[in-house]
Design a protein around this ligand. Structure first.
Ligand code: ADP
Ligand code: MG
Ligand code: ZN
Length: 560
C-alpha cells in the first residue's frame, strides 16, 4: 500500500510546503506513520516535528486530531496550514460559542483534515459528537513530555487524555512528539500510549550551526556587561535561574545595551511588551528566567547565554537551542559557578515531589554538572546524553578549541579516590575535601576522620580547590554521587582502575580553579600597590579596592 501514499507525501512537501527535501528523520517518521505504526518522535525544537503529522493529515482519509497545550500557538499553526491548502481548524477557549459551533459543524461535515485542540476539550459532549461523525485517521500529541511526571512540565490533563484515547471504541493510531524526552521520559510516554518502544525516533539533536561553550571563573557582572556591549545590535537571550538574579542582570546591563526583562513575577502586560520588543528587534537582549521561550518564534537569536546553570541538560539544551533557528552560526554559552549546583539542589529539596522523583532530579542535576566539568567535546556529550549517535568531536566547542596544556593529575586523583575508599563511601564532597586538606573542624575529629591515612594529604590546597577537583572527577566519572539531598561519593569502575595504577588522569591547566589566600604572592603584591596608591592620595586603601576585589583580581591574574 505504502508507495502511493509516500509519493503523495513527497508531493505535498514540494508543491504545498514548497520545500525541496525532508529534513533528517522526517521521511522515516512519515513513512512509519503511513505504514500504520504508532510512533514517538523526539526531535529538538525547530527540528520540524509539525510536518511529521501535518503531511500524513493531508494524505490520509479522515481527521487528524492534534492535541497541544499551547493554545496561543494554535491560530498561527492553523493559519499557516490553511494558507497552503490543508483544511484545518482549532477549538479552544479563545473562540465565541457561536464560532465554536460553526467549527464543530465543519468537523462533523468532513471539511477538516487537521483539528487542533487542548486536552481539556476532549471530554466535552459537543466535541465528541462532532468527532464521532468522521473517521479518525491519527491522533498527534504535541509536547508529549507533559504526560510524564519525570518530564519538566507535567500536566494532569495529559494523563486524562491518555485515558480518553483508551476509551475510544476503536484503536486509533497515535504519534507523540516532544523536544525534550530523555530515555526514561520516552519510556514513560510509550507505556502510557501503548507505543512499541522500538517505534521511537530520536533525531535531529545535532545543530551544527551552534557553538557550545562553558565558561568558568568569570566575574559574572563584568563579563555580561562587556559581552553585551561588544555585541550591540545582536539579538541574544540571557537566562538566569531566579527572578531576583534576572532583575539584577537586567539592571547591570541595561545601560550597556538595549535590554528587556521577562519573568513570571511581572504583570502580563509587561511580559507581553518585553516579548514583542525582543521578537520584533526593538530590543537586543532578553534577560529572562525559564518562563520565557516556549513557543516563541524568533529565528535570528545569535546567542543564548546562561548566567546560571539549569538543573537538567534537557532544560539547558532546549533553552540554548533557541539560538540560531535560522541555521546561521550562533553561540550557546554557559557561565558556571559552583554556587549554581547548590541553588539547583535547593530547588529540588524545596519541591514537594515524591522521594523517587527527587532522586531522579538529583541524578539529572549530576549530568548537568558533568557537562560543566567535562573534558569531552560538548556536542558529543549532549548527543550521547540524548541517546543519539555522537559522531566525531565538533571541533569548535570550548573543549575542542581548548588550547593550553593538559596536566597529569593522576597523583591528585589517587589521593581523592583513596580518601573516598578510606571513608567507606559514607561522605560527600565537603567532608572529603576537609579530610584531604587536614581541616581542624570539630566534626572531622569527632568522626575520627583525622586518624585516616589520607588526612592532610592535600593540605597545600584550599578546601575550595579540592572541591573543584572533586567536581572534575565527578564529571569524568571516576567517582559518582548517590542521588540524595546529602549525596555521598562513590568509587566508579574508572576510578577503581586509576587507584590500581591502571590509567592516567589529565586535566586542562586553566580549569584548575584557584582560590586566593592572604599569603598568595599576587594578592600581596596587589595589596602593596593599593597601599602605595592610597598613601599617595591620602585616603584609606579600602576606598580604592576592597580586599574581596583584590582577591578576585588575583584569582584571574596569569600564573607564572
Ligand atoms: P518543531 O515543532 O520541531 O519545533 P516546526 O515543525 O515548528 O518545529 O518547524 C520548524 C521550522 O522548520 C518551520 O519554520 C518549518 O517550516 C521548517 N521546516 C520543517 N521541515 C522542513 C523541511 N523539510 N524543509 C525546510 N524547512 C522545514
Ligand atoms: Mg512544535
Ligand atoms: Zn566539540
Amino acid at each position: 500500500m505504502g508507495q502511493a501514499l509516500l509519493d503523495q507525501a513527497e508531493h505535498v512537501l514540494r508543491s504545498l510546503y514548497g520545500y525541496t527535501a525532508f529534513r533528517p528523520g522526517q521521511q522515516k517518521i512519515i513513512e512509519s506513520i503511513l505504514n500504520k505504526e504508532d510512533a514517538l518522535v523526539v526531535m529538538p525544537t525547530g527540528g520540524g516535528k509539525s510536518l511529521c503529522y501535518q503531511i500524513p493529515a493531508a494524505v490520509l482519509e479522515g481527521v487528524t486530531l492534534v492535541i497541544s497545550p499551547l493554545i496561543a500557538l494554535m491560530k498561527d499553526q492553523v493559519d499557516a496550514v490553511n494558507e497552503i491548502g490543508i483544511p484545518a481548524t482549532y477549538i479552544n477557549s479563545s473562540l465565541t460559542k457561536a464560532e465554536e459551533r460553526k467549527r464543530l459543524k465543519d468537523v462533523a461535515d468532513g471539511n477538516i483534515s487537521l483539528l487542533y485542540v487542548a486536552p481539556e476539550r476532549l471530554y466535552e459532549p459537543s466535541f465528541q459528537a462532532a468527532l464521532a461523525k468522521q473517521p479518525l485517521a491519527l491522533i498527534a500529541i504535541d509536547e508529549a513530555h507533559c504526560m510524564s511526571q519525570w518530564g519538566h512540565d507535567f500536566r494532569p490533563s495529559y494523563l486524562t487524555m491518555a485515558d480518553w484515547i483508551d476509551s475510544l471504541p476503536e484503536k486509533v493510531q497515535v504519534v507523540a512528539l516532544t523536544a525534550t524526552a530523555t530515555p526514561d521520559v520516552a519510556r514513560d510516554i510509550c507505556r502510557r500510549l501503548h507505543i512499541d518502544e522500538n517505534n521511537q525516533h530520536l533525531t535531529g539533536f545535532k545543530r551544527t550551526n551552534l557553538t557550545l561553550r562553558v565558561l568558568k571563573g568569570q566575574k559574572k557582572t563584568a563579563f555580561l556587561q562587556q559581552y553585551v556591549e561588544a555585541n550591540q545590535g545582536v539579538p541574544g537571550i540571557i537566562y538566569a535561574s531566579t527572578r531576583k538574579e534576572a532583575e539584577a542582570i537586567y539592571r547591570a546591563i541595561d545601560g550597556k545595551t538595549n535590554a528587556v526583562l521577562y519573568h513570571g513575577g511581572l504583570p502580563e502586560k509587561e511580559r507581553t511588551e518585553s516579548q514583542e520588543a525582543f521578537v520584533y528587534d526593538r530590543a537586543d537582549v532578553m534577560v529572562a528566567t525559564n518562563a520565557f521561550g516556549m513557543g516563541v518564534n524568533k529565528a535570528n537569536v545569535r546567542y543564548v547565554l546562561h548566567a546560571n546553570m539549569p538543573g537538567t541538560l534537557e532544560a539547558y539544551y532546549q533553552e540554548a537551542g533557541r539560538a540560531g533557528r535560522d541555521g546561521e552560526p550562533s553561540e550557546c554559552m554557559l557561565l558556571y559557578q559552583a554556587q549554581d549546583v547548590q541553588t539547583q539542589r535547593f530547588f529540588i529539596e524545596q519541591s514537594d515531589a515524591s522521594e523517587e522523583k527527587r532522586k531522579h532530579d538529583f541524578e539529572k542535576l549530576q549530568w548537568m554538572s558533568r557537562y560543566a566539568h567535562t573534558n569531552q567535546c560538548l556536542e558529543q556529550f549532549i548527543l550521547s546524553y540524548f541517546g543519539e549517535d555522537a559522531g566525531e568531536p565538533c571541533g569548535k566547542c570550548s573543549n575542542c578549541k581548548r588550547e593550553g596544556e593538559q596536566q597529569d593529575v593522576t597523583r591528585d586523583a589517587q589521593k581523592v579516590l583513596s580518601c573516598v575508599v578510606r571513608v567507606k563511601e559514607r561522605f560527600g564532597k565537603t567532608v572529603i575535601a576537609q579530610v584531604l586538606t587536614g581541616s581542624k573542624n570539630k566534626k572531622i575529629e569527632q568522626l575520627g576522620l583525622d586518624k585516616l591515612s589520607t588526612y592532610g594529604l592535600m593540605k597545600d590546597r584550599s578546601a575550595k580547590e579540592v572541591q573543584a577537583f572533586i567536581d572534575f572527577l565527578l564529571a569524568e566519572q571516576y567517582i559518582g554521587l548517590t542521588p540524595a539531598s546529602y549525596p555521598t561519593i562513590q568509587l566508579l569502575p574508572k576510578g577503581a582502575a586509576v587507584l590500581k595504577g591502571e590509567g592516567q588522569v589529565y586535566q586542562y591547566k586553566e580549569t584548575v580553579e584557584r582560590t586566593v589566600s592572604d599569603e598568595d604572592p599576587i594578592f600581596a603584591a596587589l595589596r602593596a600597590e593599593r597601599k602605595a596608591l592610597a598613601d599617595e592620595q591620602g585616603i584609606p586603601p579600602y576606598l580604592i579596592f576592597s580586599d574581596k576585589t583584590l582577591r578576585e583580581m588575583a584569582a584571574v591574574a596569569p600564573q607564572s
